[in-house]
Design a protein around this ligand. Structure first.
Ligand SMILES: Cc1ncc(COP(=O)(O)O)c(C=O)c1O
Length: 382
């Protein structure tokens, strides 16, 4: 029986490809974005406590109330924004679900959705599966900041949504207050909505602070914030995240969530609610990751790569175009096989797969593993 794919151009993701290659070659895997260390044992004990206490049946569709309340408290503490936990917060199965449900809630066939390029790989398929048309706006290299004139030039009467990601994967660029204000100014006379992917909200460096779009009154009423406990508490395998949005948007969002997963693992929700009572878990994260970024960048200084230390996220981009014209994909594969360190070729994040001779390394790893990787990278021949 012939089957025509709804996503004909999507194959196995590069993350799976590189992680498998890393494992086959016994290389140090700095490709996929997940921590190479476990979470706080306290969090594990809390999950186990709630499982043993019988919290094992379906959670409420929107999330357990106590976790939504704790998230409201966190948002007040960190961003100074008051949220109603009943009508503005939904717990979901990872930021990936939040992103998909937000897009599904508002994008209709023919709508245009602006994506900054390069972008995380789930955005364009989410748009396409809902009948929308991705419109790509290239970010400015080398710092991956937004070209606002270009953004303005692609807005049409069909523009429904703009998808934002700060701190940005793969570059680590962190939006400034000025960025937030310019975006608000551009869309305030339109009906354009925003989906903001804030999964690295607690990973910013050198005194920078993640500024939620909810802090701006124009954006507050039209933005879905998608967050991930996985990234913040080193538990990416739990696939648990959240969506913060004003009541009308949340209402539509929940209609999607209801039929995508309905609800999210109950004991994880109670455990995270308890864990959030102590803010150090997320307030200490910038220092924790900045030490890793600094360790990694210091070592990179002894390699032929050129780079600017990341502003946020747990990724570091390096450039090698001054040394060789080898494609980033070939180089990433060769580094894995010959040097023993796996990375991600940044071309995979670009809509047209353009090769800017950049590689992305994930430094969310034990210091010893980073040191071993750096030692190997010093032997690199380009
Ligand atoms: C920018 C970005 N958004 C979303 C996700 C997915 O988050 P989650 O694992 O909570 O679904 C990732 C994970 O790598 C990411 O880097």
């Amino acid at each position: 029986m012939p089957l025509s794919s709804k996503l004909p151009n999507i194959g196995t993701t590069i993350f799976t490809v590189m992680s498998k290659l890393a494992s086959d070659c016994r290389a140090i895997n700095l490709s996929q974005g997940f921590p190479g260390f476990d979470c706080d044992p306290v969090l594990l004990e809390l999950v186990s406590k709630y499982m043993k206490a019988g919290y094992n049946q379906y959670a409420p569709m929107s999330g357990v109330p106590v976790l939504r309340e704790r998230l409201a408290q966190k948002t007040k503490l960190v961003q100074g924004v008051e949220l109603d936990s009943e009508s503005e917060i939904t717990i979901v199965s990872g930021a990936t679900e939040a992103l998909f449900a937000a897009v599904a809630a508002v994008v209709r066939p023919g709508d245009e959705v602006i994506l900054f390029d390069p972008a995380y790989d789930s955005y364009a398929p989410a748009v396409e599966l809902n009948g929308g048309k991705p419109v790509f706006v290239p970010l400015k290299l080398p710092d991956f900041s937004v070209d606002w004139d270009l953004l303005k030039s692609v807005i049409t009467a069909s523009t429904r949504l703009i998808m934002v990601n700060t701190p940005h994967n793969p570059s680590g660029y962190v939006w400034t207050k000025e960025d937030v204000e310019i975006l608000a100014g551009i869309i305030q006379e339109t009906n354009i909505l925003i989906v903001s992917d804030d999964v690295y909200e607690h990973i910013t460096f050198d005194g920078r602070k993640h500024l939620s779009l909810l802090t701006h009154p124009v954006l507050r009423e039209r933005t879905f914030i998608c967050g991930s406990f996985g990234k913040t508490f080193h538990v990416t395998g739990w696939k648990i995240g959240y969506c913060l949005a004003p009541p009308k948007l949340t209402e539509e969002f929940r209609k999607m969530h209801q039929f995508i997963t309905f609800s999210t693992a109950t004991p994880l929700q109670y455990a995270l609610a308890d864990y959030l009572t102590e803010p150090t878990g997320y307030l200490d994260l910038p220092d924790f990751y900045q030490m890793k970024r600094d360790l990694f960048c210091e070592g990179l200084g002894d390699t032929p790569f050129v780079f600017t230390p990341a502003q946020g996220s747990f990724f570091q981009i390096v450039s090698y175009g001054h040394l060789t014209q080898e494609s980033d994909y070939d180089l990433a594969v060769r580094l894995t096989r010959e040097v023993g360190v796996a990375s991600i070729p940044v071309s995979v994040f670009f809509s047209d797969k353009s090769d800017h001779k950049l590689l992305r390394f994930c430094f969310a790893k034990e210091d010893g593993e980073l040191e071993n990787a750096l030692e190997k990278l010093m032997s690199i021949k380009l």
